[in-house]
Design a protein around this ligand. Structure first.
Ligand SMILES: O=C(O)CCC(=O)C(=O)O
Length: 279
């Protein structure tokens, strides 16, 4: 076991767990260097045109909805000028890379499938783990956009709920550069909505409870490089805009249990047939 009984109890109580020094500095820097290489080799031309055509909603929806078994690059909302050109370099414009880095890139595969992560996920009660989704989040200096309060189960729903989120700090994260914030105990409030594929194409939210989050109870999770934050699938969490001059790189991994049903209505699907894998 990696988690002791006290940590398991606090995870049950708060809905999150902060484990400092889970990943060593070398591994964090190796992943950062690999992300920089992926961005260097990425030709934004095709994607910029997708986001700047008249059919913007449909084509950008498709680019997103087909990304479950691909490595795709998503821009910050304010990355484009009115004529569709990037305001600044692509290196400073990308919000995140997703969503199958862990299966398609050898460096991300190795980072995601260590014995320590395997044990952590087992300690969380996931018996037949499948690595569903990975994201490299840049939270760019000055323009890194906010992520509004949400539960991960809204986006990655299973029946019954068997989903764990792992958020790895690849750089120090503070209030200044847009760290995570969470509502301790908020995972007991129930699932508020599901983000699903719409029958008519695109996506829609199915809302079960539209009362506002008790955001007065939000707590900042300021952490050092190498920390992993474990998130219950129902935990409300967010990150604010990065207004500082420092980036805040993070890597996230979402793992489900093969024994739970994964609906075809979830936005994230592996349409190309590449199977999900465990550790
Ligand atoms: O890293 C962030 O800024 C937010 C990430 C997040 O909330 C998520 O991936 O669910």
């Amino acid at each position: 076991m990696i988690l002791d009984p006290e940590e398991i109890a606090s995870y049950g109580r708060d809905g999150f767990l902060v484990l400092a020094d889970f990943v060593d500095e070398r591994a964090c820097e190796h992943l950062r260097a690999r992300a920089f290489e992926l961005v260097r080799d990425f030709d934004p031309q095709g994607v910029v045109s997708i986001f700047s055509t008249h059919e913007q909603t449909r084509t950008s929806d498709d680019y997103f909805l087909e990304s479950g078994d691909k490595i795709r690059f998503f821009f910050e909302e304010n990355a484009f000028l009115p004529d569709g050109a990037l305001r600044q370099s692509k290196e400073r414009s990308i919000n995140k890379i997703g969503h199958a880095l862990h299966d398609l890139d050898p460096v991300f595969d190795q980072f995601s499938r260590t014995p320590a992560i395997k044990q952590l996920v087992s300690d969380l009660g996931i018996v037949e783990p499948l690595l569903l989704q990975s994201m490299y989040i840049f939270k760019q200096p000055r323009i890194g956009g906010e992520v509004t309060c949400h539960q991960d189960a809204t986006f990655l729903y299973t029946e019954p709920l068997r989903l764990a989120g792992l958020w790895f700090a690849l750089e120090d994260a503070s209030v200044e550069n847009g760290c995570l914030w969470a509502i301790p105990g908020g995972h007991k409030l129930g699932l508020k909505s599901r983000f699903r594929r719409a029958e008519s194409g695109g996506t829609r939210f199915e809302v079960f409870d539209n009362t506002p989050w008790p955001e007065d109870n939000l707590q900042p999770l300021e952490v050092k490089q190498g920390t992993v934050i474990v998130l219950d699938s129902l935990l409300p969490h967010l990150s604010r805009q990065n207004t500082s001059a420092r980036s805040r790189h993070a890597y996230t991994l979402h793992i489900i249990d093969a024994s739970a049903h994964y609906p075809e209505s979830n936005w994230l699907q592996r349409l190309g047939g590449m199977p999900l894998r465990g550790f």
